[in-house]
Each structure stands twice: as C-alpha cells, then as structure tokens.
Design a binder for this molecule. Structure first.
Ligand SMILES: *Cc1c(COP(=O)(O)O)cnc(C)c1O
Length: 406
C-alpha cells in the first residue's frame, strides 16, 4: 500500500469507530481534523483547509491563538476550579473587563450558550413576578419563528423547527411565537403578562437571516413602552462576528439582557455569560441559580485573554472591512444556482435556488478544494471564517465559490 492509501484508511477508521460507538446526532463532513492554527485546520492526512465555519463562530480569534493558549496553560497549572462556594482571583477581573468592554453593569457567568439562554429566561420570569407584578405562573415570553437558542428541553419547546422539537415534548408553557422581523406582530403579541422578548439580532442557524432595517430599534421601543425585557441572543452574532463588538450596535440600541458565549473563550473552553444593563439581574439571590463550573478561574482567565486579543488585535474592525470585501466578491459571482448572497461583517451566507441540487453538494466540492463550510438547512451555505482573515484569504474564498458554483 502506498502512503496515501494508508492515511486514507486511518481517517476511515476514525469515522467507522465514531459510527460504532457514538450517538448519531450529527452528520459531519467526513474530514478528521487534528490541528489548527489561525484560519487553517489540518486533517489526519496532513491536508490543509481554510475553516469557514469557525466552530459556529466560537473560534473568532482563530484556532489555537497563542495568547489565549498561554493564558489557559498558565491558569491550568495554578488553579482550575473552586466552584462558587469559594471565591477565586480571576472572577473579579473578568467581570470588570467584560463590563467595561460591553458597557454592562452586571454579569452572570455560565458555560454553554443554552445555559445562558436558560438563565435569561429564569431571570426574566422572576423579574416579571417580583418587579412587573405579573400574577404567579402567568409570565409570557415572546420568541421569534425560526429561532435557534440551543438544545435544552425548555428551549426546543419554543423552536419552530420540527427536527429540533419533534419527539421531545411535553414542553414548558409560557412562550408565544411571532414572525422574525415583524415589529407589528411583536406589538400585537404583547400582553400585560409579557415579561420578555427573546431574539437573535441576525438569525444564524436559520441561515443568516437579517431583519429589516429598524426592526431591532422598534423592538427596543416596544419593549420599553410596555415594560418588557429585551433579551438579545448574541451568542453567535456577538464578539465581532458582524463587524461590531455586539450586533445591537448596528441599530444603536441596548438590550436589557445580552447573551454571549461561543467566542467568549476563543474556542478553548465553554464560557458563556448573561450581561445586564438594568436592575433586572438583582432579582436573583444566593441559592436561586448557579453552575458548578460557571465563573471558574480557568474559564475566566481564558475569556479575559480571548476578549483582550479580540480588541487588541483589531479583529472587530477587520471583520467589518474584510467582510465587506468578501461580500462584494461573492456578490459578483454570476451563477444561475445562486439565489442570494447576504451577510454582515464576516457572518455571510450564499443561498442556492431550491432546484440547484442542495448546499451539501457544494460544501463537499469546496472541501475537495481545501475550504470547509457547512450547509444550514437544505440550500444555504454559511461563510463565517475567523475574524483574522486577510484580504488575500477573502479573495481566495470567493474564488473557490466561483469555481464550484459556475
Ligand atoms: C450556538 C448558539 C446557542 C447555543 O449555544 P451552545 O453553546 O451550543 O449551547 C444559542 N444561541 C445562538 C444564537 C447560537 O448560535
């Protein structure tokens, strides 16, 4: 057997073993990665790819950023976990730096994005009963159709995606769904018992769906007018992805609760947080909410470094500039299969016509050219490379799409 055949069988063996023992809740591309650096990852055959997914925007800072790595190693050798039963010397600095950066007053640290969402739902309900005066058990939270907020039972209960919710009921009551991007529908759905409106500034998993200009601003006004908490899920759009630190800045608004996760650790470790700019968070008292790992010193040290490099190295501005360039280049591709190219910053998508044969096929062709991207739903390819992307790399991405789509 020659070298290539030997190596190919190595990748196949990993894939077979996964299939043998693993739950089949994912259908990944058949690429087995072993190393990452910056915008690139390498598979077990030594082939290099440009990563245009960035682990669903968790690796905005690029793979294995040396400064985040150093912070992680240093902290891991000193102290990793105390639980919140005791204090640690990283939490205060994490709070202080995160609040200064995001213009927030309060932070509640968790681990996964779904946990941050659950935390916000709990806070909003408690605020509704204790501050707004909603009768016990009557709190309503409005959500948008086609949302993605995670995978817990409460969250999938208000998903409109049959795959996400089918077979997992019964679900928690107290949620109402309105069409995304429709402020009039939001207004019509608000009742005296509405405590919160939970929404993504741009719907990521739905296929990078950008609402009409002014929608979030109007949602902010309606929430203020009706004493409703605006919860923005910026777990994917936040931390530079759209070319601003938070996507809310595009419409000059501030949410009452902002959820961040994913890139908060630069992909090293699950770290999420609920940010609050009002007195909403003060409804929580000791013992009412928590997490064993939330706010642990390793997470805090990693997140501090991840935030520092994001700003220090100009990644947010880079995302705006290179994102606009990439969008322009993609929009120039004249291919009959392409229905639309859309995006903001480095959160981009190419949507194909329904009869174009599906996005999966395009992703596989891109993979063969050394570009890793993932389809969302049937017909959309998301493009979300690390925010350190250069002009040349952006042009290379556009060239690969042009070759594959033409
Ligand atoms: C990924 C994501 C989540 C869930 O985060 P997990 O860390 O996977 O639990 C929630 N909301 C949005 C918008 C996301 O993109």
């Amino acid at each position: 057997m020659n070298d290539i055949a030997l190596q190919r069988s190595l990748a196949d063996r990993y894939i077979e073993t996964e299939a043998l023992y693993g739950a089949k809740n994912y259908k990944p591309l058949d690429v087995v990665l072993t190393r990452g650096e910056g915008v690139y990852v390498w598979d077990v055959d030594g082939r290099r790819y440009m990563d245009c997914l960035s682990a669903y925007s968790a690796v905005n800072q690029g793979h294995c950023h040396p400064k985040i790595l150093a912070a992680m190693v240093e902290q891991a050798s000193r102290l990793t976990l105390t639980s919140r039963a005791f204090r640690n010397d990283q939490l205060a600095a994490f709070y202080e730096e995160l609040c200064a950066l995001t213009n927030s007053h309060k932070v509640l640290p968790m681990n996964s994005g779904a946990e941050a969402v659950e935390t916000a739902l709990k806070v909003a309900r408690k605020w509704g009963y204790e501050v707004k005066g909603v009768p016990e058990g009557q709190a309503e939270i409005i959500v948008a159709a086609e949302n993605f907020h995670g995978r817990t039972v409460a969250i999938v209960g208000f998903s409109t995606d049959p795959q996400s919710r089918g077979g997992f009921g019964p679900f928690a009551p107290g949620f109402r769904t309105v069409p995304f991007g429709d402020a009039a529908a939001l207004e019509a759905a608000i009742t005296p018992n509405t405590v919160a409106f939970l929404v993504e500034p741009i719907q990521g998993e739905a296929g990078v769906i950008i609402p009409p200009a002014g929608y979030l601003k109007r949602a902010r006004e309606l929430c203020t007018q009706h004493n409703v908490i605006l919860i923005l899920d910026e777990i994917q759009t936040g931390l530079g992805r759209t070319g601003r630190l938070l996507a809310e800045e595009h419409e000059g608004i501030e949410a009452d609760l902002t959820l961040i996760g994913k890139a908060l650790s630069g992909g090293f470790y699950p770290v999420s947080a609920v940010l609050s700019n009002s007195e909403v968070m003060s409804v929580l008292h000791p013992g009412e909410h928590g997490s064993t790992f939330g706010g642990n010193p390793l997470a805090c040290a990693v997140a501090r470094a991840a935030l520092k490099v994001l700003t220090e190295e100009g990644m947010v501005e880079n995302a705006a500039r290179v994102g606009a360039r990439l969008m322009g280049r993609l929009a120039e591709i004249r291919a009959p299969q392409v229905k639309e190219v859309r995006g903001r910053g480095l959160m981009l998508a190419v949507e194909l016509h329904a009869d174009a044969g599906g996005a999966r096929r395009v992703c596989e062709a891109l993979q063969a050219r050394g570009l890793l991207a993932k389809e969302t739903h049937e017909h959309t390819i998301r493009i979300a490379p690390p925010l350190i992307l250069t002009d040349d790399q952006a042009d290379w991405i556009a060239d690969q799409f042009a070759e594959v789509l033409r």
